[in-house]
Design a protein around this ligand. Sequence first.
Ligand code: NAD
Length: 539
Amino acid sequence: MNKDTQPIGFDVLFNPALNKGTAFTEEERDKYKLRGLLPPRVTDPDVQLHRALENMRRKYYDIERYIFLSALQSRNERLYYRAIMEHIEEIMPLIYTPTVGQACKEFAAIFRQPKGIYITAEDRGNVRSILANWLEQDVRVIVVTDGERILGLGDLGANGMGIPIGKLALYVACAGIHPHQCLPIMLDVGTNNEELLNDPLYLGINQHRLTGDEYDSLIDEFIQAAQDAYPKALIQFEDFLTPNAYRLLNKYRDQILCFNDDIQGTAAVALAGVYASIRISDLNFSGLRIMFLGAGSAATGIADLITYALQQEGLSAAEARQRLWFVDIAGLVVKNRNDLMQHNLPYAHDHPPADFITAIKQLKPHILIGATGFPGTFTQEVVELMAEINDRPALFALSNPTSRAECTAQQAYEWTNGQAIFTSGSPFAEVVLKGKTFKPGQGNNVYIFPGIGLGSIMSGASRISEDMFLVAAQKLASLVSEERLSEGAIYPPISDIRSVSLDIATAVAEKSVEQNLACLPESIDLKQAIANYMYDPRY
Ligand code: NAD
């Protein structure tokens, strides 16, 4: 297609951003020389959407629905995003977790069309020229992974590309980032997954992972090249192995516009849950005692942001941490244990060793946050004990997928006689108990990262500060209606995600202005400007 001339004919039909398929009007069929290239009847866009949804629903397995939707994205982008936006509850689990996990595992088998850029271990020294092959100039959001810790599935190498693709589809659908401004990137540094290396269908490079200086220099070259090519782009690190995730975040967070969703997005969505839960329990934030079951990266990231939030209320870091307790597989995290990891040390308090139950009895937490990956650890005894100590015990069973939750929604409500404030990492259906319906909300990162991304790029922020995550969490908690709270939900309905993202983006952008991190004309109505920008897929 010649760039200077208006595309016509198949150049229109095979361009997913321009294609409307059978919905092209009579006038458009003349204008773009489509006569004869399409079935003659013009389809109403609503009917076209209905047809696409019916086709999708007819598939037997969710992975087939994923493949169908992926093909739709490659064929007719606007129809794809309209389908997601208008049916977000149905489609999000198909384009993201849990289906995307299977899609990554089967990436090579279901691969049809490339989406995004692959930079490999062999490309050191040439990353700039590879980025130059991407024809879009105005990239604003990059999601990048090296595929080493894909969801709970471990090292999937280049198959992990499904994650940046899925995350960016959510950026578009949930926050209205324009599709052409999104760039999924796979840093294929190899894989240590022998099964993949021995699989002739595997599409990544056939070598073990780069490590040490070689790994760091490739990442560094990528960051520099991306900065040069797309100076306004936000870089989101996704599904890196925890030590790399922390190391890269700490290295780049004060240099470039970037964040890590696994660490910071998770923390903000959990903190929002804490804020919303005290709207129900009527407790004071700075007086809360919170106990974590599991002392890994998710729980520690949450605790770090809560510490920061408590510091903003006037507590010292030490005072803040004193309110946060961890229990891991070996019991209460206390000072005299000699098996603790570096990230546990700030939360290892002066206290005798104790098992989980004893720790709850002694420390009387208001909120239990489970991030163990180990199902059933909020036992009946634990939950009943929490209800003895608290009028409204808050139970966050964050482990994914649903089968790994620390307890189910049904158990939480049943064992507390309906008093529990429950949320989970994966969705649970409504629970009816003694005639009352409870609608447990899901602590999904999708409430946070699209708004963080939208707010930061719209304000021209140079960095993403901890305060931007803090205001995102506060704003999210404030958006839960009284009616939702009375039903036990501590997050807004996912169907409100566009307006939630707009509000969070506005708060994030305002914070970046306040912190002199923004680059904006003086007098601008931020909310209006952001709303005006947001992508609308309707024809
Ligand atoms: P991790 O491996 O870093 O940490 C797991 C921790 O749990 C370790 O400290 C381990 O000692 C502890 N643990 C394991 N079994 C235990 C048991 N029976 N009793 C007490 N402690 C136990 O894992 P992570 O990255 O922190 O993730 C943990 C879970 O959190 C995962 O299931 C993940 O899906 C979930 N998660 C949820 C969200 C969300 O809801 N938005 C976000 C991120 C992670």
